[in-house]
Every structure is written in C-alpha cells, then in structure tokens.
Design a protein around this ligand. Structure first.
Ligand code: ZN
Length: 193
C-alpha cells in the first residue's frame, strides 16, 4: 500500500542500520515492481519512517541513509511524477549533477543529467526526488516558479543558448542545451520550461 497522505509524507525519516535498511530495501523494490511505471520509492511512502529509498532506472539501486554531499550550481527543469500523487505532474527544478554517499555503498555515487542518454536525467532526478522524501520534502516543494510579474505583465523568461532545457514530444523527453533544442521546436517538440 502506497501512502498518499501528504501530511504523513512531510515527516522526516530516522537513520537505520544497514541490516534493517537492506530488509526495507527488498520490500521497497518489490513494491516498486508492483507499481505502474514507478522508477523510485522511499520507505515513508510505504509507512516505514526510516532513511531507505530505492531507484530503478538503469538497474535496481538501494540507498541506506543517503546524503547528497556535492551538487552542481547548474539546475534544470524536469516534468516529475510521484507514486504517492498519481494524478499530479509537476515541473521541478533539480541539480544537473549530484554526488551521493550511502551506508551500503563503499564509494561515492555520481549522477549526471548532462548526457545523451535520457535515462541519466531520469536517474539523477529520481535520486534527488527520493532523498527529498526521506527529509519530508515532496516534488511540490521543488516546483519551478515562473519569473515574477513585472508591471502587471508576466515577463517572459529569457533562455540562454547554453541553458539546459527539457523538451518533450508525446511520451519522449530529452534534456539538452537550448541552442540544440531550438530547431527541434519546429519539429513538434515542446519546451518544458
Ligand atoms: Zn515520490
């Protein structure tokens, strides 16, 4: 059963031993496989307030007491969903790259959305989304905000040529520099910004 109560999901999770964390990880991966299109799940989403989450984009990954120890200044906008809010989609702002430490991994794990493979972007966003859950933060708290209203006119956002944007066409989506995305906008792609 996946928790859909936002108030419950706003509670912070407590640290856990690696042994207990591994058991929770097995349950989470099982729940994730049962879900429809889920790519990540945090323990508090199944009612266990412990710091364990799983990600399954390229391969199943369990993170016990994960911490983001480095994050890029560069951010990008990404359309996100959440198994706890199946009817919502939110455009969020996420770091382009992060480095994570977790008690069940000997070395640091790097995630970088700046890649030709769209799965790298999904994985990088998913790790940030799941670690947020453990801190009681949901995707709604990361929502991309439009530029402030100036003189009653919603000032258009000026996009830099090297700024990363997300473009979508049907169910496909890509993250790339605006200068590369611009010509594709004439080919049925739309900008997620
Ligand atoms: Zn979620």
């Amino acid at each position: 059963m996946i928790i859909k109560d936002k108030t419950k999901l706003e509670e912070k999770c407590s640290p856990v031993s690696v042994k207990e964390g591994e058991e929770i990880g097995v349950r989470l991966l099982h729940e994730l496989r049962e879900s429809e299109n889920g790519i990540g799940l945090a323990a508090n989403q199944i009612g266990i307030n412990k710091r364990v989450c799983v990600i399954n984009v390229k391969e199943p990954l369990v993170l016990i007491n994960p911490k983001i120890v480095e994050k890029s200044k560069e951010q990008f906008v990404f359309p996100e969903g959440c198994l706890s809010f199946p009817n919502d989609k939110v455009k969020t702002t996420r770091h382009e790259s992060i480095v994570v430490e977790a008690d069940n991994h000997d070395s640091r794990l790097s995630f970088n959305a700046n890649s030709k493979d769209i799965n790298d972007a999904f994985e990088c966003v998913c790790v940030q989304h799941e670690i947020d859950h453990l801190d009681g933060i949901t995707m709604f708290d990361r929502e991309f905000k439009q530029e402030p209203i100036v003189n009653g006119i919603n000032a258009p956002k000026k996009i830099g040529r090297n700024e990363k944007v997300t473009i979508t066409k049907g169910t496909e989506s890509k993250v790339l520099k605006y200068k590369k995305a611009e010509p594709m906008l004439e080919d049925g792609w739309t900008l997620s910004i």
